[in-house]
Ligand binder design. Structure first.
Ligand SMILES: [Zn+2]
Length: 222
C-alpha cells in the first residue's frame, strides 16, 4: 500500500540561501551585544522564538523600504525550482513552514515564480510603510511554548491526513518537527541536533541532494 507524500521545507537558510530574518535584524538593530545575548538565551531554550522575535521587532530601526531593499538581494537555493518540478512530476504535496516572517517569504516566492507554494509563517504587520509588530496565528497549537509557529503541529496534521511526511531543514526551529516527521533531511544546526539526540536523519547541502535522496529513498521506504 502506498501513502501520499508531503514534503515540508523550512524557509530561512533552507529554501533561501541565508537566514533572512536573522540577517535583517542583525543589519537594522543598533548595537550587537544585547541582541547576541537575546540569541544566546533563545538557543538554550530560556526564551521562545516568539519572545525573541517580539524583542527584535521592538528594537529594529527600519521600515518597508529598507526591508524591500534587503529582500531584493536575497537568493533561493539554486536547485529549489528544479526540486519543485520534481515534486510536481511525482505529485508530492509541497509545504513551507517558517518560524520567520511571512512578508519576505511571500515576496521571494513571488519573485521567483513560486507563488503557488503554500506556506505558514508568523505575520509581519506593516502600516503605511512602517513595521508595527508581529502576529502569531499558529502560536501554541501543540502546547509548545518554544516556537512562534510550531512546525510540529503542521507536520502532525499532515500525518493525521495520511501523508508520509518528509522534513527538510537546517535550524533551531526545526527541532520540534524533526521528532515527528517520517524522514528528516538535515544540515547545519539541525544536523548537529539530530546527531546529539539520536534522531535519524539524512544529511544534505542543497536541494539537488534532497532530490537525489528522495529518488531512491521514497521507493524503498513507502
Ligand atoms: Zn515547537
Amino acid at each position: 500500500m502506498s501513502r501520499e507524500v508531503a514534503i515540508v521545507c523550512d524557509f530561512d537558510g533552507t529554501v533561501s540561501e541565508r537566514d533572512i530574518g536573522h540577517h535583517f535584524f542583525g543589519r537594522y538593530i543598533p548595537g550587537t551585544e544585547r541582541r547576541e545575548e537575546l540569541m544566546d538565551r533563545w538557543k538554550v531554550g530560556l526564551i521562545s522564538s516568539r519572545d525573541c522575535l517580539e524583542q527584535e521587532i521592538d528594537w529594529v530601526r527600519a521600515g518597508r523600504d529598507e526591508l524591500d531593499a534587503f529582500i531584493e538581494q536575497e537568493r533561493l537555493d539554486p536547485y529549489f525550482k528544479d526540486f519543485i518540478d520534481f515534486c510536481n512530476r511525482r505529485k508530492y504535496d509541497i509545504h513551507i513552514l517558517s518560524d520567520g516572517l511571512d512578508y519576505y517569504i511571500d515576496r521571494l516566492l513571488m519573485k521567483f515564480g513560486l507563488g503557488f507554494i503554500s506556506f505558514k509563517a508568523n505575520h509581519l504587520v506593516l502600516e503605511d510603510g512602517s513595521i508595527q509588530g508581529i502576529e502569531f496565528p499558529y502560536y501554541n497549537l501543540m502546547d509548545c511554548t518554544m516556537c512562534g509557529n510550531c512546525k510540529r503541529y503542521h507536520v502532525e496534521e499532515l500525518e493525521k491526513r495520511g501523508f508520509y511526511v518528509v522534513y527538510v531543514g537546517n535550524g533551531y526551529s526545526d527541532r520540534c518537527p524533526a521528532l515527528y516527521a517520517d524522514l528528516v533531511l538535515a544540515k547545519e544546526d539541525l544536523l548537529d541536533h539530530c546527531r546529539q539526540e539520536g534522531i535519524g536523519y539524512v544529511p544534505f547541502e542543497n536541494f539537488r541532494d534532497v532530490e537525489r535522496e528522495l529518488t531512491t529513498r521514497l521507493i524503498l521506504e513507502i
